[in-house]
Design a protein. Structure first.
Ligand code: KG4
Ligand code: ZN
Length: 356
């Protein structure tokens, strides 16, 4: 092969994923095993369960990826693997597997920061130059950052508590949205988006969080508690028990979705203005990238697009399958690092997985 080829491996949370990507951003092969179904049953991720499922699937997923790519491990330029952040037990499975692989085939190892990979994904699908602004919003992430180079991030804001997807999942569970037949297989956030279409957000007056904070940070746990209180109150009024479906559930879903969108949009607006004032972003045609599971919400996306348009920014989202955790983004981050001559470990002595 003339081109550089990188195998990417991702096990930071509840997806066992791998992919082979070349220098031009071509995906030669990929495979993914999602644990969502198991975790939906337990009402959240139980780390030792996630670890066990990664162990059961990683060999097969990497094998499938290499077969689909029609290459043998000896043809790889390097192996890139997520080493942080994430669940320690889950990360450990991918890391141990990768270290065995690079030792066996004498390949360089590229340690990947999961958030760097999310942020750079857009450069695989679109021609985007540095610097650009990225908002990463999912069940585990809430990060607003200026991306100045492959490994040069200026973090402008993050959640001081939980991520927006986590909040939406908790509200959905508290509202028992899985009891609606059409929502039974949906993530909490998706169920809220679905139900919100039938609701009226104006039925509830909820204040956006952190109105006076002069920074770009986020907060979602206060919002979760406010909604919790409203639900308790409504259950009393409607004379129903916890676990039954409220008649006002759709209105509340619409209100929560709206406040989430407003909060994300306001903080992002601040970040754009901040960057422009300091010439960290160009005055026109700056790029705003939004990614992560929550970015698949069309209402939230719409609010962020309005902010982008109002500030003469170009609004970009990777396709949904690249917004959520995947192996392609890890492999691509490996390619980016190879091209930039960054962070390649030929000697893996220094890196060993140590469970805390
Ligand atoms: O990126 P992702 O698949 O996994 C990580 O958390 O890393 O994101 C999953 C999160 C969940 O919290 C889910 O409720 C949320 O994204 N989500 C949504 C929608 N689809 C998924 N939130 C709002 N609206 C959606 N349509
Ligand atoms: Zn992620």
């Amino acid at each position: 092969y003339l081109h550089k080829l990188v195998l990417g491996i991702e096990t930071s949370c509840d997806d066992t994923a791998a992919a082979v990507v070349d220098e031009n951003g071509r995906v030669l092969g990929e495979a993914i095993h999602s644990q969502t179904e198991v975790h939906l049953k337990t009402g959240g991720i139980v780390p030792p369960v996630a670890q066990q499922l990664h162990r059961e699937n990683i060999q097969r997923i990497v094998q499938e990826t290499l077969s689909a790519s029609r290459i043998s491990p000896s043809e790889l330029s390097a192996v890139a693997t997520t080493i942080k952040p994430g669940l320690a037990l889950s990360l450990g499975v991918g890391l141990s597997f990768s270290l065995q692989l690079v030792e066996q085939f004498k390949k360089p190892f590229i340690p990947i920061h999961h958030m760097e990979a999310h942020a750079l994904t857009i450069r695989l699908t679109n021609k985007v130059e540095f610097p650009f602004l990225v908002l990463l919003i999912s069940g585990g992430h809430c990060l607003l950052s200026l991306v100045r180079g492959v490994s040069d991030f200026l973090v402008l804001g993050k959640s001081l508590d939980i991520a927006p997807g986590d909040m939406l999942d908790k509200v959905a569970r508290r509202l028992s949205l899985a009891k609606y037949p059409e929502c039974s297989m949906m993530s909490g956030g998706k169920a809220i988006e679905h139900l919100a279409k039938q609701g009226n957000r104006l039925c509830f007056d909820i204040k956006p969080p952190m109105q006076r904070a002069k920074n770009c940070d986020f907060s979602f746990s206060g919002l979760q508690h406010v909604v919790d209180k409203i639900i308790k109150q409504k259950e009393k009024e409607e004379g129903i028990e916890q676990g039954q479906v409220l008649s006002s559930a759709a209105d509340l879903a619409a209100a929560v979705q709206h406040i989430t969108a407003i909060h994300l949009a306001k903080r992002t607006h601040r970040a754009i203005l901040f960057c422009k004032q300091r010439d960290l972003l160009p005055q026109t045609n700056a790029v705003l990238v939004v990614s992560g599971g929550v970015a698949s919400n069309m209402y939230i996306r719409g609010a962020l697009e309005i902010v982008a348009n109002a500030t003469q920014c170009t609004f970009l989202c990777p396709p949904p399958r690249l917004c959520t955790d995947n192996g392609v983004m890890i492999a691509w981050n490996g390619i980016e690092r190879l091209r930039a001559g960054l962070g390649i470990l030929h000697d893996i002595e220094g890196i060993r997985y140590e469970p805390k």
